[in-house]
Design a protein around this ligand. Structure first.
Ligand code: ZN
Length: 156
């Protein structure tokens, strides 16, 4: 299992932290904290040892969590290899059902050709159809079609 994202609520905003202290606080490697410094976390000043103000750390981690939770835009899928949301190559995806109501959209990343997956409710499939061609295995078609409201019926 992957570690949970560091919870900003553990940070005391009125004190300053060294890199070591932050690493200890979140049980992460010091290099992880150093990578945060490269990615926008700022220190109190340029003196050594580096100190990071609690409030700065708090905001940084808060934004990081929100970013992490940001869902893909409609029509986008997340490429794990590129680490960013992408529109599928050729605007094509395939629906693979997991349960009667839930499945995965599977597509190819346009940039690195890795497989991208996105969990999707069967009932939301129409929203995705606006952005991409979705192929559905034959066995599922009747379920999908039965969720569409019938506009005109011959038998009335
Ligand atoms: Zn990719």
């Amino acid at each position: 299992m992957k570690k949970q994202h560091p919870n900003h609520r553990h940070v005391k905003i009125h004190r300053s932290y060294s890199v070591e202290e932050i690493a200890k606080l979140f049980s992460v490697h010091k290099n992880t904290v150093r990578s945060w410094l490269k990615n926008g976390l700022t220190t109190v000043d340029n003196k050594r040892p580096m100190l990071i103000h609690g409030q700065t750390l708090y905001s940084f981690l808060q934004v990081k969590r929100v970013k992490h939770k940001r869902p893909c835009e409609p029509g986008e899928m997340y490429c794990v290899r590129c680490r960013s949301p992408k529109a599928p190559a050729g605007d094509m995806a395939e629906y693979q059902s997991k349960t009667d109501t839930l499945g995965n959209l599977v597509a190819i990343c346009p940039d690195c050709e890795a497989i991208m997956n996105r969990r999707v409710c069967l009932s939301k499939l129409d929203e995705f159809r606006r952005y991409m061609d979705i192929s559905i295995p034959q066995a599922l078609k009747h379920i999908v079609e039965s969720t569409q409201p019938t506009v005109n019926s011959d038998l009335l």
